[in-house]
Write a protein that binds this ligand. Structure first.
Ligand code: WQD
Length: 330
């Protein structure tokens, strides 16, 4: 199939492009390079032996998108492009609503006009808000968390309504839990802008000596060791989940969790990283981060039944590959 991938040079987008190419699909990437680098395109070529077509453009620019659709007939769209920092979204809500919603609306509109049958949307477990794990897809969407989470929930509703009005459009809403790790080649991985918000890139930067120590946001949660518990999933497993969603026979709209179904605490991640990579990670327990929930992990039943997909890699694989990428990074 010929697939348009928005945000295809980003962390999850680039890993998904590699898996699409491995599955013999043709890929066209659009990316505005706001949170990615053009060098990633060359690394995708080194890994896969193929160089996807690439257009530097912003998915909020309808005319620019329209030009791409005039050059290709697409069998599917995978939409990653979007701002994704929770904290930043609280400081810049209007930028987040504009960028994340207009890009989704533009691509959905062009999918309908050009009769593209499959649309895969990059959503997030954040839409479950502070509910009780394991989260399953029939649970109500969040009441109110942060603008980033709102843009994901609103995009899901926009795409759901679009499928009801346009039977030719079929949508899979993939709700990611906590993607970490990197491609085993060490060529592509997570390159955060500035100080990492997320746990894993912060740990790898401490390991590299770029940061003095890790701040652990609270150890007074009702969990195995008091620190936050999350469902970490290897980014390569996550990427393969997108290929499974694309190749599955889905009609209408389906929300599907992409997680492992297992919870791991912050201290357990630190311990796994130290043991697997033989590197000490100094840390300090500090106060909780506002907005954090104690526990989040997935019910993975629907992904198994609907996509015939489940995560295969474990925490050791994730912390090893994350460090391998960081240690190679110039
Ligand atoms: C994980 C755990 C922190 C950093 C967010 C978004 C989600 C998705 C992934 C975009 C928590 C603790 C973290 C640190 C710490 N983003 N932590 N010190 O918050 O579960 O999810 O990122 O798609 O939508 O909500 O991920 O990696 O920030 O935190 O102690 O320096 O690590 O408290 O328990 P989170 P995270």
């Amino acid at each position: 199939m010929r697939i348009l991938v928005s945000g295809g040079l980003g962390f999850i987008g680039s890993h998904t492009v590699v898996e699409l190419l491995n599955h013999k699909h043709e890929v066209v990437i659009i990316d505005n390079l706001y949170n990615s680098q053009i060098s990633t395109l060359h690394k995708i070529e080194r890994i896969s032996g193929k160089k996807p077509a690439f257009y530097e453009l912003d998915a909020t620019d309808y005319e620019a998108l329209e030009n791409v659709f005039q050059s290709y007939d697409f069998d599917g769209i995978i939409h990653f492009a979007g701002y994704k920092a929770v904290g930043e979204s609280v400081r810049k809500p209007l930028e987040y609503y504009y960028n994340n919603l207009v890009s989704t609306i533009n691509l959905a509109k062009l999918a309908v006009i050009n009769q593209v049958p499959k649309f895969i949307f990059s959503s997030s477990a954040t839409v479950y808000g502070d509910g009780t794990s394991p989260f399953n897809e029939s649970m109500p969407l969040l009441e109110r968390t942060n603008p980033y989470g709102e843009t994901k929930a609103m995009s899901e509703r926009i795409l759901t309504d679009a499928t009801k009005a346009n039977p030719g459009l079929n949508v899979v809403l993939l709700r990611y839990f906590n993607p970490i790790g990197a491609h085993p080649s060490g060529l592509i991985g997570e390159v955060p802008n500035g100080i990492p918000n997320n746990l894993m890139p912060y740990v790898t930067q401490v390991a590299k000596g770029l940061r003095e120590k890790l701040n652990v946001f609270g150890n007074d949660y009702d969990t195995i060791d008091g620190t936050g518990v999350r469902d970490y999933i290897h980014v390569v497993d996550l990427a393969q989940g997108h290929v499974a969603a694309l190749e599955a026979n889905i009609s209408g709209v389906e929300a599907v969790n992409l997680g492992t179904g297992k919870g791991t605490s912050v201290l357990e991640i630190i311990q796994a990283f130290e043991q697997e990579n033989n590197i000490k990670i100094p840390y300090e327990i500090v106060s909780r981060r506002p907005g954090d929930i104690a526990v989040s992990y997935a019910d993975t039943t629907k992904a198994k039944n609907l996509l015939q997909w489940e995560a295969k890699l474990n925490i050791k694989d994730m912390v090893r590959d994350a460090w391998h990428f960081e240690s190679n990074l110039k």
